[in-house]
Design a protein around this ligand. Structure first.
Ligand SMILES: Cc1cc2nc3c(=O)[nH]c(=O)nc-3n(C[C@H](O)[C@H](O)[C@H](O)COP(=O)(O)OP(=O)(O)OC[C@H]3O[C@@H](n4cnc5c(N)ncnc54)[C@H](O)[C@@H]3O)c2cc1C
Length: 368
């Protein structure tokens, strides 16, 4: 049986592990969790109104969002993990009218956008009572994914599917025709390896003579414990500015996230992040003082970015026994499950369907 190793147990690696055909492959996933973006993330799935000009990225994000019904069914995800709660965009009224037009146009190819409604200030406050009355645009197809809960759920499924999960940091080297993975356990050997380690891809590829166009970006968000028992029924609010407001179940409300390029790998929660996220949000709140009263903590993760802000994934051009995926940036919860699925389909069937979504992988990874 062919032995496959996956390095990285974030949203790509864990989805891939659960779509690989374990009757054909012996699958082992290595993950150390340090700085993992997936478990730190906010979880907004609503790519359709992005103004990014990169058409391949939009196609990937659109198809990634459309993939969710299949993902929910295949992995039996319940409402505590993924919910199609709708999204509210808060912007000046003129901007909302333009965005509604863009949404109508994009819905022709993305029916999963659902209903598009311009809400009056009163309707906005009715939809999400924590907000003060303001104009908004509601997209009924938007959703939220709890990255941490998703990974926990898939870890249980992996165990049932005989995927071996190994905790801890590993390094990589090629030993004749096989891949050698080293960790606290010693050395293990594999026929094929898939690297899904977020920004650490640069470090892992350097160990085997490649350089990668990837940089780390620190992201922080605030998690509030509020007394609201109905929080799961509320939509996600994408506020005008850096902060978005994401109600989860049991009164958990997330406010995020920062984008800190200079801080790179640092994982320290900072009072500055709390201050900038909450101050930017108070203006939208019906009772701004609540933000200072609810108990809270900060979550920190490291995103991966390429120079052109686009992700890449697939087999390396000069060695099909190694696959890599990274650079998902701020939209990896939207694109990550679909990327994991495309990688698994390729390994299972030999058919590669990832070309249309990205530049050639050689643009990002080169031999030193
Ligand atoms: C604060 C924040 C908010 C976000 N909000 C959203 C959002 O609302 N919507 C959205 O779509 N996206 C969001 N994102 C982005 C999204 O979380 C990421 O793009 C996505 O999770 C990246 O997934 P990944 O699998 O590529 O990497 P990761 O989730 O980072 O997983 C990589 C894993 O590889 C492991 N690893 C690396 N090197 C090694 C090694 N040598 N040995 C063992 N293990 C290793 C790491 O420890 C980690 O666990 C957010 C990110 C952050 C940080």
């Amino acid at each position: 049986m062919e032995k496959i190793a996956i390095i990285g147990g974030g949203i790509i690696g864990m989805t891939l592990a659960n779509y690989l055909d374990t009757s054909k492959f012996a699958v082992t996933l290595f993950d150390d969790q340090t700085g993992q973006a997936t478990k730190a993330s906010a979880g907004i799935i609503s790519p359709w109104l992005s103004k990014r000009r990169n058409k391949q990225w939009y196609q990937l994000a659109k198809d990634g969002a459309a993939f969710f019904p299949k993902l929910i069914q295949d992995f039996a995800l319940d409402q505590s993990i993924y919910a199609q709660c709708g999204t509210l965009l808060l912007r000046p009224k003129e901007t909302l009218t333009d965005l509604a037009e863009l949404a109508e146009k994009r819905r022709e190819e993305a029916p999963e956008i659902g209903h598009i409604d311009l809400l009056s200030p009163e309707q906005t406050a009715d939809a999400l009572p924590l907000l003060k009355p303001a104009d908004s645009l509601r997209i009924s197809g938007g959703g939220r994914l709890d990255g941490k809960a998703y990974l926990e759920h898939l870890a249980l499924r992996s165990a049932n599917r005989k995927v071996e999960l190994v905790a801890g940091h590993v390094t990589l080297k090629k030993s004749q025709d096989t891949w050698c993975i080293q960790g606290e356990f010693g050395e293990r050997f594999f026929d094929r390896v898939v690297l899904a380690p977020g920004p650490s891809l640069k470090l892992l590829l350097a160990q085997i003579g490649y350089q990668a166009d990837i940089r780390p970006q620190k992201g922080q968000l605030v998690v509030f414990d509020t007394p609201y028992t109905v929080s799961q029924e509320w939509p996600v609010a994408m506020l005008d500015g850096e902060a978005d407001f994401i109600p989860f179940i049991n009164g958990k409300i997330l406010l995020g996230a920062t984008h800190e390029n200079e801080e790179g790998w640092d994982l320290t929660p900072t009072p500055e992040a709390y201050h900038s996220l909450t101050e930017g949000t108070k203006h939208f709140m019906a009772e701004p003082a609540q933000l200072d009263q609810w108990p809270h903590h900060l979550r920190v993760g490291t995103r991966a970015y390429t120079s052109d802000f686009a992700p890449f994934f697939g087999p390396l051009p000069d060695d099909a026994s190694i696959l890599a995926a990274s650079g998902l940036g701020s939209s990896g919860l939207t694109t990550g499950p679909y990327i994991g699925y495309l990688l698994a389909s390729y390994v299972n069937s030999g058919v590669w369907q990832g070309t249309m979504y990205q530049k050639e992988i050689g643009n990002y990874i080169t031999r030193v």
